[in-house]
Design a protein around this ligand. Structure first.
Ligand code: ATP
Ligand code: MG
Length: 140
């Protein structure tokens, strides 16, 4: 990942950044993925999940806060907590189904809320940089 900051010019390139990120992930890792609407959070997570062996379509969770994929090399969770107005009002066990010692969890979330998950090993920040360009920063 070089200095932790890169720029992409297409969704496919952002998926490739996700795939490269996946190489360093292992059981119990949590990756916070933040950025504005349409910045490419789900796209990056799709690329990572693919690289970890998930064959089924990776799409945004709807009607639920997350999805779990069990067909890959290890269990993968994809949560989208932007949909929660107020996590503080939620059952603390809400995330337990998705976070565990055996798998990798990707969490779309505003960076400001990340402390709720404990100290994540990795945070990825995406930002629009004009048309199909995006900046991607890996914060460790
Ligand atoms: N360089 C790029 N990287 C990622 N996505 C790109 C890029 N260029 C164009 N796109 C397009 O931008 C959109 C990104 O959508 P995506 O669902 O990944 O964003 P998101 O950050 O998860 O949004 P949301 O906040 O709605 O969950 C897709 O339609 C994708 O094809
Ligand atoms: Mg998304």
């Amino acid at each position: 990942m070089g200095d932790g900051r890169t720029e992409t010019g297409s969704a496919a390139e952002t998926e490739a950044v996700g795939a490269r990120l996946a190489e360093r992930l292992g059981p119990g890792d949590v990756v916070i993925v933040s950025g504005e609407v349409g910045a490419g959070k789900t796209t990056l997570i799709r690329g990572a999940a693919r690289a970890l062996g998930v064959a089924e379509p990776v799409t945004s969770p709807t009607f639920t806060i997350g999805r779990r994929y069990t067909g890959g090399r290890l269990p993968i969770s994809h949560l989208d907590l932007y949909r929660l107005e107020d996590l503080d009002g939620e059952d603390p066990a809400l995330l337990d189904d998705y976070l565990g010692p055996d798998g990798v969890a990707f969490v779309e979330w505003p960076a400001a809320g990340a402390d709720r998950l404990g100290r994540p090993p990795l945070e990825v920040r995406l930002a629009h940089a004009g048309e199909e360009r995006r900046t991607i920063e890996i914060v460790e």
